[in-house]
Design a protein around this ligand. Structure first.
Ligand code: WQD
Length: 343
């Protein structure tokens, strides 16, 4: 009998790629999403890759009654992977209440139902944002959690604290927190990928939309940082590698291999790349000349950050398999498929 896994934010970027990996490992997958930052067409993409259409329910996690009804109908779930959250740093600064209400109230509704129906395992989508500007690189899980640089980052810090407190209070509830670095790329099939609604905040979808002619020019936010080429450095990780880390975390919980009720892992490649390196690699692997300019710095950007992922490698037996080149090739393939660009 397949284990039943709920994925919140299941038609989102990382949620959909995780659904594919779970289905291909014979889990029974239940997706919920409110389509605030995704589209129902993703379900067809998942089906075309796996030949299985996952269970899907449109669900607003901030609606207490709706969530209670959903869990009353799905109380035999074995675990939950919680992705659903608003995640645009800049928008969170302009609309803090939207972010606190959405990200925290959704989590609380989810957790109270997990306890009510004794669903024992949670994998939570956290972020390297919780570290702020790091003192030491690469960043270990034991690095200090600094005051958040945005309401978005604060919702991730507060969410982690809520989950930690609950795992202390409840004997039959355990969690793994995955702190992502920068997810990029798309499924190699080209059938699912990143689908930002509106103007992309993040670098790689802005690059692919510029290459597709949807955006006129890529603005590189500053080249006067203390880095080899002056542009910011990030740890960009292929979204499929990130999805597989969720499977590894889930199976650690289900197989009761976790050594404490709440464990934390950095999920990154362990290597940093600058914005210009990403741009030039994209141009090289896709044989495209990208139109970009150097612009002013973006408020709130961290200068350089990349992961120490040795804990995840050792304990989750997880290791990134894809290269930056793979990710940037897959990202462009997805953009071309989605836009019907034949080149
Ligand atoms: C990367 C680099 C920009 C766009 C954020 C969140 C993080 C996670 C990933 C959710 C920076 C530069 C970007 C552009 C640019 N999200 N850039 N021109 O800010 O590292 O992380 O998204 O979990 O929590 O904080 O990602 O892709 O926005 O920026 O020059 O048009 O690309 O300045 O140096 P970021 P990003």
């Amino acid at each position: 009998m397949s284990k039943k896994i709920l994925i919140t934010g299941g038609t989102g970027y990382i949620g959909s790629h995780t659904a594919v990996e779970l289905i291909q490992k014979n889990y029974e997958v239940f997706l919920v999403d409110n389509f605030s930052n995704s589209h129902s067409s993703v379900l067809q993409g998942i089906k075309r890759i796996t030949q299985i259409e996952p269970h899907f329910t449109k669900l607003e996690l901030t609606d207490k009654q709706a969530v209670a009804e959903y869990f009353a109908d799905h109380h035999d779930l074995d675990a939950v992977i919680h992705f659903a959250a608003l995640k645009a740093v800049g928008e969170s600064v302009e609309k803090p209440l939207l972010y606190y209400q959405n990200n925290l109230i959704s989590l609380l509704h989810l957790l109270e139902n997990m306890i009510e129906y004794q669903i024992p395992y949670l994998v939570f989508s956290s972020s390297c944002t919780v570290y702020g500007e790091p003192d030491k690189l690469p960043i270990k899980e034991t690095a200090p959690i600094k005051p958040a640089l945005s309401p978005y980052g604060n919702t991730k810090q507060i969410s982690e604290e809520i989950i930690v407190d609950l795992t202390k209070a409840e004997d039959n509830f355990s969690a793994i927190l995955l702190r992502y670095f920068n997810p990029i790329g798309a499924h190699p099939s080209g059938l699912i990928g990143e689908l930002p609604i509106g103007i992309p905040n993040n670098l790689v979808p802005y690059i692919t939309q510029t290459a597709a002619g949807i955006r006129d020019v890529l603005r590189i936010f500053g080249d006067d940082y203390d880095t080899p080429d002056g542009t910011c450095i990030r740890d960009y990780i292929h979204v499929v590698d990130l999805a597989k880390a969720h499977i590894a975390a889930l199976e650690r919980l289900i197989n009761a291999e976790n050594e404490s009720n709440c464990e934390v892992f950095n999920i990154g490649t362990g290597r940093g790349h600058s914005v210009l390196e990403i741009v030039h690699t994209f141009e090289k692997v896709n044989h495209i000349k990208l139109n970009y300019i150097i612009d002013d710095r973006r408020e709130g950007d961290v200068e350089k950050v990349w992961a120490d992922n040795t804990k995840a490698q050792k304990i989750l037996q997880w290791k990134p398999q894809f290269t930056i080149e793979d990710a940037l090739r897959d990202a462009w393939q997805w953009e071309k498929n989605y836009r019907g660009i034949k080149t």
